[in-house]
Each structure stands twice: as structure tokens, then as C-alpha cells.
Write a protein that binds this ligand. Structure first.
Ligand code: AHR
Length: 495
């Protein structure tokens, strides 16, 4: 049995909705043939942007979208992507397969996409191969309302009003594809670039410095030490293949790979804890945010697809990685105030896959749906004493959980059973909610589960894995009993 104790009256920190953010790069079929189908496409679209995808992402209240990369960002020159489309230059996307980048999707198209989605844009600027002036002018182009040349160029390109934009990445993975820099060098560059990120017309930029890869704690140490005016630092961590195991695809795996991948996903907790410990030393008041702006599963590409397009399916295993990772973010919400799963459509751990007119929603999408209620709610401290799920000589917690309280006093408890072989019973004591006989809360539970570890949605069977009502949760007198089916995610809304 797994025991959970949570204090409904002891929450201190808000789970920023921006932790439920997404990432879209000019990579494979994410932008072109994903979001962007073009205005002349028979696929229903609004100004070239695919309607069904926009509708699906609005339904999970997408809070922000990061663009244009990724590694692509440090090779992207924004002026290539504005002005009449037929006159935009054609470049080679050297990082992702050497395909032709038409630049048909540029700044205006991205800002239109964010408007259609109702989300905040998060633009990642080019440090690796750009210049301070180029980045400064991009901000001016987007946000100035003066009679300056950049604002006039924007007006000439069809947008009279300046946009508002907050999230601004100062480079991407500058320790690798973004310039192979040492942290000391990047810290100096960050200071230089950030100096010239000006606020125009009441806009207020929130610069996000390039952070570490996984357990590169030195990068965080150097950045915290050398950039005193830092506001936010990123972190990238992908859950990749299990070392020592033969390589597998998203759907072709056995229980060792199931176990190994979930075990690697659980490392996110240690990474955030250790990066936060370093940040705490320099920033005891928690002013600087940690933004996990790339995370998710990274499997070998689907056979028969371009290996540089990073197209993969998404199974129940990926759904559980998403659920346990979001639980970790919710529990660390004091420091983790933003995150973007990679990537939204047709690339890595996507929300949706498309094939011509057809689109399917992945099990991972459904996890984001089940977790919606955590957005901007108060994180509740919880003590979890989980059963173990063992394989061979090793074991991991069988149950992952997080909880939050909304403005109306309702509690959302999300729980996952990582064990593919058996159900696990959870007894959750909920203290301090103020519920009693005269004030009995309603209980509504939903689940995402499947009969096999490899279960996934296909274009012919797009609803094989989907959310269903759950009747295995019962609440009486401050205690919730739930029997979590094998390999399941369960969301219980109480009150
Ligand atoms: O998301 C795919 C790639 O992973 C990104 O371009 C890069 O930032 C990371 O290495």
C-alpha cells in the first residue's frame, strides 16, 4: 500500500502555468507540415496555421510556446523570416537534415500562432552565430511603437501595433550546438546581450539565460556567480535510451526498457534539487527562476523516417514519463517557474502527430489534459510513502504524485502507477481542507491507462489510449482510497 499525507492548508507556492509550456523548432515536421500547412492547403487552416492542432492545444490551455529552436535558434537570422514570403531567402537547415528552410514561417507567423493559441510567445535569440545588434533589433521590431526604422519595417510588413513579449531566451545550448562555449565565456556574453535587450512601449522582457545540460552543475555555479542580474536560468534534460541496453524505438521495447526509462526520468528530481541548491547559495530569496525549457523522451526515430527529423511515436511509457516529470515540477514550483516539453508536434515527445489531413493526440497530450487543474494553483506539500516496483535487483517508487489547491478550495491530486504488472492501492490522508459532514466535497476522478506498455494511438485507431472516467477512488472523512490500475495516471478532483 502507498500512503500519502497532504496538507491542504499549508501550500505556500504557486505552480506557474508556464511549467505546462511547449516547444516548437524548425526541425523535421514540427513547423512545416506540423503547425504550418500554408494558406492554400486543403487542410483547414487560419492564415496557414492548422486549425485542428490549434484547437487541441487551446483545449489543454497551452500557456507558452518556445520558438524557433533549439539548435536552430543559434543559426536563425530573423530578418530572413519577415516580408513577402516569395522573397524570403531559402537557407539550408544545417543542423536538422540539411533540408531547405523556406522561411515561410517567421516572426509574424509565429506571433499569429501564439495569438491563435492564446498563449505567451517565448522567443529564443541567436547568440551562437548572431550579434548583439541583430538581437536588439529583433526586440525593437517586435515591440517598438516609435517612428524608428525597425517599427516602420514591421508596419510595412503588415503589423501596425507592436506586440508584447516577455520570455526571451539569450541563446540555446551555448555549451554545445549554440557555440561550444565555456560557461565563463557565455556568462560574459549573457551580460553583454542582456544589457541591450531594451524594453519598448511598456513591454517588459524577461531574459532567460542558457543553462546547464543535465548534471553539469559547474555551468550553473559559474552563471550564478558571474551574472548578478540574472532573472532566469534554463535546464535541459532528455530521458534517452537506457545505457547498456540494445537501442529501441518508442514502441519496440520490453519491460527492462520500460523500467530503465522511468528510472532515468525520475532523475529530474535529483537534477532540480542539486541545481537549486547551487542557486540557493547565490540567491537565497529564490528570485532567479529555473526554466526547464527542453525535456521529454528521446527515442530512436521511427523506422523509415528521416533520422534527423526525430519523429517518434508516444506510448503509455511516455505518458508516465510526462506525469512523473510534471509531478516533480509541481513539487519544485518555488524554483521551477517554467518548462517546455520537446516538441509540440511530430518531433520527440509530441502532443500530436499529423499525416496529411489526419491528426492524432498522443497519450502525453492526455496527461497534460489531466494535469490542467494544477496551472496557477497552489502546490500542496505532500509526503508520499510509496510501494516499490522492482525488476531484477533494482526498484523504483511504484507511485508518483503531486497535489494542488485552486482558488475555490478544490484539491487536485494526480497519481501515477509506474508498475506495468499490478495495481497499487493508495490511501491519501487530506488534512486541513475544512471539509465536514455539512460541507462534503464532490469527487471526480479520471484516468489514462492501457492494457500494454506499448499502447499508443495510430491514425487508424486514434483513440486507443484516451482519458476515461475512473470509479476506483472513494473519499470519506478526510481519507481518499484509490486503487491505481497497472500503468495508469489518475487525476482526482476533490471539492
Ligand atoms: O529538441 C531537439 C534538440 O535538442 C534541440 O534543438 C536542442 O536544443 C537539444 O539538444
Amino acid at each position: 500500500m502507498t500512503r500519502i499525507a497532504l496538507d491542504a492548508d499549508a501550500g505556500r507556492h504557486t505552480i506557474s502555468r508556464h511549467v505546462y509550456g511547449h516547444f516548437s523548432e524548425h526541425l523535421g515536421r514540427c513547423i512545416y507540415d506540423g503547425f504550418w500547412v500554408g494558406e492554400d492547403s486543403p487542410i483547414p487552416n487560419t492564415r496557414g496555421i492548422r486549425d485542428d492542432l490549434v484547437e487541441a492545444l487551446r483545449a489543454i490551455r497551452i500557456p507558452n510556446l518556445r520558438w524557433p529552436g533549439g539548435c536552430f535558434a543559434d543559426e536563425y537570422h530573423w530578418r530572413d523570416g519577415v516580408g513577402p514570403r516569395e522573397r524570403r531567402p531559402k537557407n539550408i537547415n544545417t543542423h536538422w537534415g540539411g533540408v531547405i528552410e523556406t522561411n515561410h514561417f517567421g516572426t509574424h507567423e509565429f506571433m499569429d500562432l501564439c495569438d491563435q493559441l492564446g498563449c505567451d510567445p517565448y522567443i529564443c535569440g541567436n547568440v551562437g552565430s548572431g550579434s548583439v545588434r541583430e538581437m536588439q533589433q529583433w526586440v525593437e521590431y517586435l515591440t517598438s511603437d516609435a517612428d524608428d526604422t525597425m517599427a516602420e519595417l514591421r508596419r510595412a510588413n503588415g503589423r501596425a501595433e507592436p506586440w508584447k513579449i516577455r520570455f526571451w531566451g539569450v541563446g540555446n545550448e551555448n555549451w554545445g550546438c549554440g557555440g561550444n562555449m565555456r560557461p565563463e565565456y557565455y556568462a560574459d556574453l549573457y551580460r553583454q546581450y542582456a544589457t541591450y535587450l531594451r524594453d519598448f512601449a511598456g513591454n517588459r522582457l524577461y531574459p532567460i539565460a542558457c543553462g546547464a545540460s543535465g548534471d553539469d552543475y559547474r555551468w550553473t555555479e559559474v552563471l550564478m556567480q558571474r551574472t548578478p542580474r540574472l532573472e532566469a536560468l534554463s535546464l535541459h534534460y532528455y530521458t534517452r535510451f537506457v545505457p547498456g541496453r540494445p537501442r529501441t524505438t518508442a514502441t519496440g521495447f520490453g519491460e527492462e526498457d520500460w523500467f530503465g526509462l522511468l528510472q532515468r526520468a525520475l532523475r529530474m528530481d535529483e537534477l532540480i534539487t542539486r541545481h537549486s541548491t547551487i542557486m540557493d547559495r547565490y540567491d537565497p530569496d529564490g528570485r532567479v527562476a529555473l526554466i526547464v525549457d527542453e525535456w521529454g523522451t528521446w527515442h530512436d526515430p521511427e523506422p523509415g523516417t528521416n533520422p534527423r527529423f526525430l519523429y517518434q511515436q508516444s506510448t503509455m511509457r511516455d505518458a508516465l514519463v510526462a506525469a512523473l516529470t510534471l509531478d516533480i515540477f509541481n513539487r519544485h514550483c518555488a524554483r521551477v517557474r517554467g518548462a517546455q516539453i520537446a516538441q509540440t508536434v511530430n518531433v520527440l515527445q509530441a502532443m500530436a502527430l499529423t499525416e496529411g489531413e489526419r491528426m492524432l493526440l498522443t497519450p502525453t497530450y492526455h496527461v497534460f489534459d489531466l494535469y490542467q487543474g494544477h496551472q496557477d494553483a497552489t502546490s500542496l506539500p505532500l509526503d508520499v510513502r510509496p510501494d516499490r516496483y522492482g525488476l531484477g535487483d533494482d526498484s523504483i517508487p511504484a507511485v508518483s504524485a503531486s497535489a494542488s489547491r485552486d482558488a475555490a478550495g478544490g484539491v487536485l491530486l494526480t497519481m501515477s502507477n509506474l508498475d506495468p504488472n499490478r495495481s497499487h492501492h493508495v490511501v491519501a490522508e487530506i488534512r486541513g481542507a475544512g471539509w465536514n459532514d455539512a460541507n462534503r466535497p464532490g469527487v471526480e476522478a479520471r484516468t489514462l491507462t492501457a492494457d500494454t506498455m506499448q499502447a499508443h494511438n495510430t491514425f487508424d485507431d486514434p483513440h486507443a489510449v484516451r482519458i476515461a472516467p475512473f470509479d476506483g477512488a472513494h473519499y470519506t472523512d478526510g481519507v481518499l482510497h484509490a486503487s491505481l490500475p497497472a500503468m495508469s495516471v489518475v487525476a482526482v478532483q476533490i471539492g
